[in-house]
Design a protein around this ligand. Structure first.
Ligand SMILES: [Zn+2]
Length: 408
């Protein structure tokens, strides 16, 4: 038989092989496979990138919102209100679409996006990003998280909007428990979200303890309540910055419980390096959860972009390879094993967080692949290698041709 496409001379785990694709799936990895050829000339081939945490409703609002002068999360949230109130679903759709296309060109074929659900913007963000998702369904899978950015109890009416968002087609229940008035209210918030998720048979992905203040321990409550409901493997905690400020013994015990419950963590180093520690002089907390400890303890950790050009973060280009490089610096991942772990945070581990079926570079998996203009993963990271080709379901959906030369 011949395959629909053969990726010729691909570098996979150090070997040079062919990848035979039938329909949307990888059929065989071998040599001399028959079929129409895409010769990648010994370049590194990886499963496509997965973006586990981004806010597509807010991307590219940086200029509209104006500068965040304190640089804090609190100012970012409050200066976003005016733009959130005025935004239309059509405008959100256009901004989100621009970033989705950039993400695909960067090698991404699956994205989990939080979208604000609150009494300021209502469900406009959800509708705008859902339209952008539909516009790009051939390029990328997108999961939508109903995200109560302003809190649930602090923003009365959000509980009903969250329920409506799930009815309207949000895939995942989000949360923001540390935005409530104390740990008791945070627990009620977490219980509400987990119960809502169970009613809709949905995953949970919350913003948890995105603060330097070690008072905030809602990660522990989330782990406890998820475990109680047997929902741990469907639960993700995003950010978890306060973990950096916790006592070592306490952090160790909570990490152990999270691993036992199967709760996953999405760290977002680009944004949190920018936002956290703003109240510190020196030394300054950097808002990065204990990534090595989490991985060592058996917790799945994925690394997300979080923000692209908004009130929270002035940079970002939806490129998971840049996120992996920043994460490697933030968590000091420098040995070969650690570099591999940094790349897994934007590939395999991010795919586990999104619970994507059939992900990977192996027979039977979906042929969602990225061909990097590098021979090793360290070079790919170091050089931020161009994504020569991106394949989605066995079809080339993006390519990058870069020309640079010295002129002398
Ligand atoms: Zn976020």
């Amino acid at each position: 038989m011949t395959y629909d496409l053969v990726i010729r001379d691909a570098r996979v785990d150090g070997a040079r092989v062919d990848v035979g694709i039938a329909g949307e799936r990888i059929a065989e990895i071998g040599t001399g496979l028959p079929g129409p050829v895409l010769d990648v000339g010994g370049r590194l081939v990886s499963p496509a990138f997965v973006q586990p945490h981004i806010h597509l409703d807010k991307v590219r609002t940086g200029t509209l919102v104006g500068p965040n002068r304190s640089g804090t999360l609190a100012e970012a949230i409050s200066i976003s209100h005016r733009v959130k109130r005025a935004a239309t679903p059509e405008e959100i759709r256009a901004r989100a679409g621009e970033v989705i296309r950039a993400a695909v060109i960067a090698g991404t074929t699956a994205i989990r996006s939080h979208v604000d659900v609150d009494t300021i913007g209502g469900l406009k963000g959800l509708r705008g990003v859902a339209a952008a998702r539909d516009d790009h369904a051939d390029l990328c899978e997108i999961q939508l998280v109903a995200f109560p950015q302003e809190g649930i109890w602090r923003d009365p009416g959000t509980d009903e909007l969250m329920a409506e968002a799930m009815k309207e087609g949000a895939d995942v229940v989000g949360g923001m428990p540390h935005w409530e008035d104390g740990l008791d209210e945070a627990r009620r918030h977490i219980e509400f979200c987990l119960d809502l998720a169970r009613r809709h048979d949905a995953d949970v992905d919350m913003h948890v303890d995105e603060t330097d203040d070690p008072y905030w321990r809602s990660f522990e409550i989330l782990v406890e309540e998820a475990e109680r409901r047997d929902w741990g493997p469907r639960t993700t905690a995003g950010h978890v910055c306060a973990m950096a400020a916790w006592e070592d013994d306490y952090a160790h015990s909570v990490i152990h419980r999270a691993a036992r419950a199967g709760v996953m963590v999405a760290t977002n180093p680009p944004t949190n390096l920018m936002l956290q520690g703003r109240g510190d002089f020196e030394p300054r907390r950097r808002g990065i959860p204990r990534i090595k400890q989490l991985i060592g303890g058996g917790v799945v950790v994925a690394a997300g972009q979080d923000c692209v050009d908004d009130a929270f973060y002035p940079f970002g280009n939806a490129d998971p390879l840049q996120v992996a490089l920043i994460t490697a610096h933030a968590a000091q991942l420098g040995t070969p094993d650690e570099i591999a772990a940094a790349l897994r945070m934007v590939t395999e581990d991010a795919a586990r967080l999104l619970r994507l079926p059939g992900y990977g570079l192996l027979p039977g998996a979906r042929a969602d692949l990225v061909v990097l203009d590098a021979e090793t993963s360290r070079d790919a990271l170091r050089e931020q290698a161009p994504r020569r080709w991106v394949l989605r379901g066995g079809r080339v959906v993006a390519e990058t041709v870069r020309e640079q030369r010295l002129v002398r």
